[in-house]
Each structure stands twice: as C-alpha cells, then as structure tokens.
Design a binder for this molecule. Structure first.
Ligand SMILES: NC(=O)c1ccc[n+]([C@@H]2O[C@H](COP(=O)([O-])OP(=O)(O)OC[C@H]3O[C@@H](n4cnc5c(N)ncnc54)[C@H](O)[C@@H]3O)[C@@H](O)[C@H]2O)c1
Length: 308
C-alpha cells in the first residue's frame, strides 16, 4: 500500500515540501489550499516534472477536504508568513484561526494521521493543533529544530570550509529568537566544535542562526524562507514513513521532561512510524536549561493568549 501525505497550504513552504516528498517517493501527495485552482495548477506542474526527475507518485491539488481522507501524515503549512519587522508571535491570532479550522478538518477526515505543524508561531500553533484535533500527543509535532539545526550546520560548514555532511548539531527550544543552539552537542566528523573554533566565532554563528529566518525575510521582503523549511519537512516525513527512528529536534509535547509540562517545544526526539516514539533528555548545563526554560515561558504565554 502506498502512503498518503497531505499538505494543507500549497504556498511556498507547502509546495516546496510537496515536491521534495514526491522526489523522494515517500508516498502519494495531496496539496490543499483555499485559493481556487492554485493547488491543482501546482500539482499538475509538479507531476509534469516527474518524467524528467524520475519520480513516480501521484500528486493531487485540491480545495476539498474529502481528498485528504485517510492520510498517513498531514502537514499544516497554511497561514500567513512574516513580513519584514514582524516577529513570529505577531502572527499569533491570525494564524491560530486558520490552524484551528484546518485542525478540525484534519481530525474529521484523517483521524489516524500523524500531524506535522509548520505554521508560525510554531510551538504555539503545534499546541493549538494538538488541542483541536484531540490526537494523542505522540502523533502531533512541529517542524522547527530540523531547520534551525540545518542553518547552524550550514553556517559552521561555511566558516570552516568543510562539507555540510560532516557537521552534526542540535538546536533546541522554541522556533524563535530564544532558540537554544547547543555547541556542546556539535561536532565536525566527530571533532568537537570547540576544538575547531574560538568562542567568539561560535557565538557569532549562534546569533546568525537565531536570526536565520529574519535574515531571509529581510532579503525576500515579501516572503519568508521556504526551500530549507520544505526540505526539513520532507526529512521528517521520511523518518516517519520509513520508521527510521532518527533522532531529530522537533517541537514535541513535554510532560515533565526538562522540568517542563503541558507545552510543545523543541527537544531531541526519536521519530518513527508511530510519530514521536521517545523524547531524549540531554544532560543540559544549568545555563542551557535556563535558556530552554526562558524559551518555554514565551510559548506558555502565547498558549495562554489563545485561552488554554
Ligand atoms: N516552522 C518553520 O520552520 C517555518 C518555516 C517557514 C515558514 N513557516 C510558516 O509557515 C507558514 C506558511 O508559510 P509560506 O511561506 O508557505 O506562506 P504562503 O503565504 O506562501 O502560503 C500559505 C498558504 O496557506 C494558504 N491558506 C491560508 N489559509 C488557509 C486555510 N484556512 N486553509 C488552507 N490553506 C490556507 C494560503 O492560501 C497560502 O497559499 C507561515 O505561517 C510561516 O511563518 C514556518
């Protein structure tokens, strides 16, 4: 049986994720958007690329929720992106409405799906989608850490002039300026980062990572990042579809881990066919843990604003 992956929101991130998922042949892809004909047009265009790219999956665009019925995975990317000068939190009320209505439909048409939320403010929207769907928390997660870690890895590789393939790292915390890049858990082909870079350079790259989304918004002006976010979604979908049990930083529900409860925030998880099969608890220093808690406080107040 082929897997079915539905993407709600066929905008920049949704369409990019759809193409990357199709290129990896992870399953048939459905893209849904409220704009008439647009997802159909993008799906047809992608399908016409398949003979050239050599991928063999069905790609469908739609405006109707019946088409997402019985999906294995649903990705929510519907919502507004940031404009220059906006924080992810500025999007809160607008996107809560969109994500809430989408989550209701997902629960109705794909009650057994694993849900990956991408819409910002990410950790708050993931909590919101979890509450609205009523799904068990291991089946709901947010994409942020894979992207933030990829940015940090790319900046390190560029600075050292080495292959990105050799850089391994972890960025925890919320998907915002309070994210927590962890140089202590970063290595280049097994060599601890601290042996290759001085503290000042590491701090500069951490700051660039924290502002990584804003840097792209500043350059694009009318859109936010979508290639790397789409790739991050595809990698999470692959880990789930292939039951890889990969360890990736995702926004996951905490029930006491790291001293935090009833919140979604970025932590390392094991991802498999059941969703989040385990939350990995790192031995954080007091300072790292304090940073994670500071990040969590911001998201807790966002959740409260939504009335939870
Ligand atoms: N978590 C991350 O790492 C990350 C990275 C990049 C972007 N984002 C967020 O993802 C979201 C999408 O970004 P984008 O660049 O693709 O934006 P976009 O504007 O290109 O696409 C959003 C799409 O959602 C659609 N939409 C709006 N309301 C809808 C509804 N009720 N049902 C279905 N579709 C609906 C719009 O028509 C549009 O096509 C934004 O909130 C952005 O901030 C998150």
């Amino acid at each position: 049986m082929r897997h079915k992956i539905s993407i709600i929101g066929a905008g920049n991130v949704g369409a990019t994720a759809a193409l990357m998922i199709a290129q990896r042949e992870l399953g048939d892809v459905v893209m849904l958007d409220i704009i008439p004909d647009m997802p159909q047009g993008k799906a047809l265009d992608m399908a016409e690329a398949s003979p050239i790219e050599g991928f063999d999956v069905r790609i469908k665009g739609t405006n109707s929720y019946e088409e997402i019925a019985d999906s294995d995975i649903v990705v929510i990317t519907s919502g507004r992106p940031r404009k220059p000068g906006m924080s992810r939190e500025d999007l809160l009320t607008q996107n809560a409405q969109i994500v809430g209505s989408v989550a209701e439909q997902v629960a109705r048409y794909s009650p057994n799906a694993i849900l990956i939320v991408v819409t910002n403010p990410l950790d708050i929207m993931t909590y919101h989608a979890w509450r609205v769907t009523g799904f068990p928390h291991h089946r709901v997660m947010g994409q942020a850490g894979v992207l933030d870690t990829a940015r940090f890895r790319y900046f390190i590789a560029s600075e050292l002039n080495v292959s990105v393939e050799d850089v391994s790292s972890l960025v925890l915390g919320g998907h915002g300026d309070t994210m927590v890049p962890l140089p202590r858990y970063t290595s280049v082909a097994g060599i601890p980062l601290e042996e290759l870079m001085d503290r000042e350079t590491i701090d500069r790259l951490i700051e660039r990572t924290r502002g990584g989304g804003g840097e792209i918004v500043g350059l694009l002006k009318t859109a936010s990042a979508f290639y790397a976010p789409g790739a991050a979604v595809a990698q999470m979908v692959e880990a789930i579809i292939k039951d890889k049990k990969r360890i990736m930083p995702c926004s996951a529900y905490l029930s006491g881990q790291y001293g935090l409860k009833d919140i979604f925030i970025g932590v390392p998880v094991k991802l498999g066919s059941l969703g989040v099969v385990e939350i990995i608890e790192l031995n954080l220093t007091d300072e790292e843990l304090a940073q994670l808690h500071r990040s969590a406080e911001i998201y807790r107040s966002g959740i409260k604003l939504l009335g939870y």
